[in-house]
Design a protein around this ligand. Structure first.
Ligand SMILES: [Zn+2]
Length: 686
């Protein structure tokens, strides 16, 4: 919900794409490290593999062989294991809240409890069937012409449905103390424009199955076989037309391409039939005379489509997107068919996640700060926060020292880079100000609760207009196993959820700590200086602070990173997209480098004392490899190659290490080993 907007608005760079064994956590003493296990478990290592040939396989191979992906998951690794641990803790909180049936209206216990209980009440949900959204469908059915269509798009915007594009409020990239309205392309049901446009057999097969899926969903809504098939073809044609005019993901990595400010009057001239002053007033936005448009060409083409495509086609299109968007909250038939396509076919997921996990995601997305406060009150300690702050400070010192020694950057640009590094806002654990949900009514009807939450989120968002940007806001909820850098705030953020094993563990040795959470901290810091982040100044504004020569040398260095990752393949012959994953790859390279520098400043980093047969440096790299270990289904891996700005786990592990001299020394990497690269070919940025 709001998170999506914040991510789009500020192009947050997260450590991993947002995703999700039976043991219930019940106190802050519970550890996500399984009882009796070591921080670096020798039984996870595949000793038949030479670490100098494939460190990822060496460090994780035995674990990968013996670990099955649960049927309800599409990948399984360190992030998922910790996420699963957190979810069990949250399940306990939700069930406790749901047991309280006489809580005062509007209290966190009532809202969290009722939201959860309504989502778990499958009897009521199944009984309601499509009737849960009938009033929405009636509004679509009443449309008569292009004008009424634009009005309906406006109405849907105010319930956060965003069928064709989204309107969101966020900092103006070039004046980040001010909030501004933004327009961003949308309209596609498949995860990327490539699925509509690529000629490959794989994409063609997905298109056929997608049309079949739309047909089934329309039949479930009561259409005849003939009508449903006819309508599915129309919908596919309309989405394909929109895909053709959509901006691609690599182009969207350039913040200047997305920054197009228009007066409402000027933009209205480009979009025949849409008067934006009128549109903004219909979506309850007042006092704005400009708007930022991320993809003007998309909106120009869409406006033409609105005028030229028959209204009956639009009615069909909106009906489909309403049903599909709400399917997960409707009766079992809709929910199951939606899963069959988007889960099974697209991602290789064998069965649905347990219902409680899916409802948990909804509670997290709607009243997440209330649940998050319950979570941190019980599971997050002041001690963990203090330790994490020390680690972040140590990484910052190491990063500053590294900037000073760069041989490719002038002193004046170095001074500005250091200023930016010092200006980082550091957020750890949970927000200082919890969000206030006054006015949001949560009751017993699940679909109604979802709609109410969407409306509440929308109003919360547009109320930011005309007010100064609030830098205390968070873009993730506290239990999330993730972290991010936000360029407009120049901040690094680490939710409580990630501050546990295998990322963070109070009793672990420094090699383990710096190889894991140290690498994550270094990763987020480096995002401030990746191909996108480097274009934002210390105050968060999109504004150049580089000399032309320094920027040219930086670009030459990042080009090497693009080429390095372009050469990586998975699933036999599918290539990683080096341009799409550039920012994350620069951040991974910086993460291991800065994490290692900071580790070398610790007592253990300067010693040679072995633990379980491994030197401190070896343990540092084993910990790094442990973070990225995962098993993944081929369908999921394939979808991520198209949509995910992060490289596959094995390359997140091995890619940076094959550039990093201390790794060569630690595991004796020599010419002839597969991880080896001649020095001139090793990418070094920060
Ligand atoms: Zn990242």
């Amino acid at each position: 919900m709001n998170l999506k907007h914040l991510i789009v608005a500020a192009s947050l760079s997260a450590i991993t794409f947002s995703a999700c064994n039976e043991k219930k956590a019940d106190s802050s003493e519970a550890s996500s490290l399984p009882a009796g296990k070591k921080f670096i478990d020798p039984s996870n290592i595949d000793t038949t593999v030479n670490p100098a040939d494939d460190f990822y396989q060496y460090a994780n191979g035995a674990w990968m062989k013996t670990t099955e992906i649960p049927a309800s998951e599409t990948r399984w690794g360190s992030f998922n294991l910790l996420e699963d641990f957190n979810k069990k803790a949250l399940q306990g909180l939700l069930e406790d809240a749901a047991l309280v049936t006489d809580a005062k209206k509007g209290t966190p216990i009532q809202m969290v409890g009722d939201m959860y209980r309504s989502g778990m009440d499958t009897n009521a949900i199944n009984k309601a069937g499509i009737s849960a959204i009938q009033s929405e469908l009636d509004k679509i059915n009443a449309l008569t012409d292009a004008n009424s269509l634009v009005n309906e798009i406006a109405r849907q915007t105010t319930i956060n449905a965003n069928p064709l594009f989204s309107f969101y409020v966020g900092p103006d990239d070039k004046e980040v103390t001010k909030n501004i309205g933004n327009l961003f392309q949308g309209g596609l049901g498949l995860p990327d424009r490539d699925y509509y446009l690529k000629a490959d057999a794989k994409e063609a097969d997905i298109r056929t199955k997608y049309v079949a899926h739309i047909t089934t969903m329309l039949k479930l809504s009561g259409e005849t076989d003939v009508d449903a098939a006819k309508h599915a073809a129309i919908i596919m044609g309309m989405e394909t037309a929109m895909a053709k005019v959509s901006m691609d993901r690599v182009t969207m990595r350039d913040p200047y391409k997305l920054y197009n400010k228009f007066s409402l009057a000027d933009f209205s001239k480009k979009t025949t039939g849409i008067n934006w002053a009128d549109f903004l007033s219909k979506i309850n936005v007042k006092g704005q005379d400009t708007v930022l448009v991320a993809q003007p060409a998309f909106f120009e083409a869409l406006a033409k489509m609105i005028q030229t495509t028959p209204i009956d086609s639009w009615k069909t299109y909106l009906k489909w997107h309403t049903i599909s968007g709400m399917a997960g909250y409707l009766s079992k038939d809709f929910d199951q068919e939606s899963f069959n396509f988007f889960g099974k076919i697209m991602r290789g997921q064998q069965e649905q996640k347990p219902r409680w996990k899916r409802v948990l995601a909804v509670v997290d997305g709607s009243v997440g700060d209330q649940l998050g406060k319950m979570y941190t009150d019980k599971y997050f300690t002041a001690e963990a926060k203090k330790r994490m702050l020390e680690l972040v400070d140590n990484l910052q010192i190491a990063f500053e020292a590294r900037i000073k020694t760069l041989d490719w950057m002038s002193d004046s640009t170095k001074a500005k880079a250091t200023d930016k590094l010092h200006a980082f806002i550091k957020k750890i654990g949970y927000p200082d100000n919890w969000r206030n949900y006054t006015g949001l009514e949560i009751g017993t009807d699940y679909a109604k609760n979802i709609l109410a939450s969407n409306v509440f989120d929308y109003n919360y968002m547009i109320n930011k207009l005309g007010k100064p940007v609030d830098k205390t806001e968070w873009g993730m909820t506290p239990p999330t196993v993730n972290a991010y850098y936000n360029p407009a705030f120049n901040e690094i953020v680490f939710p409580a959820g990630i501050l546990q094993y295998p990322f963070f563990e109070k009793n672990a040795d420094d090699a383990v700590i710096y190889g894991a959470i140290g690498g994550v901290i270094g990763h987020e810091m480096t995002h401030g200086f990746d191909d996108q982040g480097c274009q934002y100044a210390a105050d968060g504004n999109l504004k150049n602070w580089w000399s032309a020569d320094d920027k040219a040398r930086f670009d030459a260095k990042t080009k090497m990173v693009v080429e390095q990752y372009n050469a990586y393949t998975i699933l036999d012959n599918k290539h990683v997209n080096g341009a799409l994953t550039l920012g994350e790859n620069i951040a991974d390279l910086g993460g291991v480098t800065i994490g290692y520098d900071a580790f070398k400043r610790t007592k253990q980093g300067q010693s040679t004392d072995k633990i379980d047969g491994f030197t401190p440096d070896q343990r540092f790299f084993l910990s790094w490899a442990q973070v990225w270990r995962q098993n993944i289904r081929s369908e999921e891996a394939e979808q991520r190659l198209v949509t995910d700005s992060h490289s596959p786990g094995e390359h997140r592990c091995n890619g940076p290490l094959s550039n990093f001299a201390p790794f060569y020394a630690a595991f004796n990497v020599k010419e002839g080993n597969k991880m080896y690269k001649p020095e001139a070919q090793r990418a070094k940025v920060w």
